[in-house]
Design a protein around this ligand. Structure first.
Ligand code: ATP
Ligand code: MG
Length: 337
């Protein structure tokens, strides 16, 4: 019945389509985005990007950095909207400087700021932008309806955007990014202006889109703890430079803190551990102890056995991303108890 292809379901070519994206030196062959020595200077001596070299892998990548770190500048350079003063970038194997039209067709972009016309309906806007991305009229209409349904705005699609809540405006921005059946989404701070519940719902929606359509997604945020739960990778920027780019697991996996959970006798266990030279700190119903080697495990097991306590859990603590940016050391475990 429908003349337009459905929004892509299942792992589509997007996840692997970047195999040719190796033109930036040193970028892995599978990189979805590759930047090489990107530099952007704005007037009055602002260096927004400072020789940034980084590659984005397929999957969902959090682009993290404080206000002014250069996240939006990077995204705009990738889309060919801003010209760098130096360096090169490729998106899905295409040069950002030479092939911005091709990148625009392959990529859905959700801009940071609210740029929505108040006096058109959700359907009108998304259909129009579908037309702009090259879809014929009927297909654009059908795809707009599908995109709006996907972001949960189907019932509200004939309302003027000016009457939408902030959450609905963010979702219509996401729908227009999806309408062209992109292989890559660049979402610039999609949770801006939302309350905690709305932020969670938006991130869940983004994760679902990534999984169901099998496309890669870059989601920028200055809230480190917020995006970590939906990301496969993180790229962290600081003052236009790369702080770190890695998988989520390597960001959060390398903990030096053991979590010890026993059903009862937590103070006794803390005292016994202190006697054995293992300082710990109570955190709710668990003890946190700094891991210094196998001896730490042995001391904990022996202390628990000596006290006859039932052990529920003994494992490395997963580190929250915030901790890594505060200090690359393990979270502090005071030595005073
Ligand atoms: N058009 C512009 N003219 C002058 N300076 C600019 C312009 N756009 C960005 N900048 C400056 O470049 C730096 C990087 O800005 P950018 O918007 O890329 O950061 P960001 O990480 O997206 O920040 P935010 O989290 O606030 O959105 C900032 O110091 C910003 O003030
Ligand atoms: Mg920004």
């Amino acid at each position: 019945m429908t003349a337009s292809p459905p929004l892509r379901a299942g792992p589509g070519p997007g996840a692997h389509a970047a195999s040719a994206a190796g033109s930036a030196a040193g970028a892995p062959a599978t990189a979805v985005i590759a930047a090489e020595a990107l530099t952007k200077r704005y007037p009055r001596g602002v260096t927004a990007l400072d020789g940034l070299t980084v590659a984005f892998s397929p999957g969902i990548t959090g682009l993290i950095g404080a206000n002014g770190a250069g996240k939006s500048t990077l995204i705009k350079i990738l889309l060919g909207l801003v010209r760098p003063d130096g360096g090169t970038a490729t998106v899905l194997g295409r040069s950002a400087a030479a092939e911005p039209e091709r990148i625009a067709v392959l990529t859905g972009y959700m801009p940071e700021h609210d740029c929505l016309p108040p006096d058109v309906t959700g359907t009108e806007l998304v259909t129009h932008l579908g037309r702009m991305s090259g879809l014929p009229p009927t297909a654009a209409k059908e795809r707009a309806a599908e995109s709006l349904r996907h972001v949960g705005l189907y019932e509200e699609r004939y309302r003027q955007i000016g009457t939408y809540s902030t959450g609905m405006k963010q979702r219509v921005k996401l729908a227009q990014a999806l309408v062209g059946d992109p292989r890559l989404l660049l979402l610039d701070e999609p949770t801006t202006g939302l309350d905690p519940g709305g932020r969670g719902a938006m991130l869940d929606l983004i994760a679902r889109i990534g999984a169901e359509f099998g496309i890669s997604i870059v989601v920028s945020s200055h809230l480190l703890g917020e995006v970590e739960r939906i990301c496969d990778h993180l790229v962290a920027l600081d003052s236009g430079r790369l702080l770190r780019a890695d998988t989520m697991t390597s960001f959060t996996g390398a903990s030096q803190v053991l979590v010890v959970e026993v059903d009862e006798g937590l103070p006794d266990l803390a005292a016994e551990l202190a006697r054995r030279g293992v300082p710990s700190r109570q955190d709710g119903r668990v003890l946190l102890a700094r891991l210094t080697g196998d001896a730490t495990y042995d001391a904990i097991r022996d202390a628990i056995a000596d006290l006859g306590l039932p052990l529920n859990r003994l494992e490395l603590q997963r580190r929250r991303v915030e901790e890594l940016f505060r200090d690359d050391e393990a979270p502090e475990v005071p030595h005073d108890r």
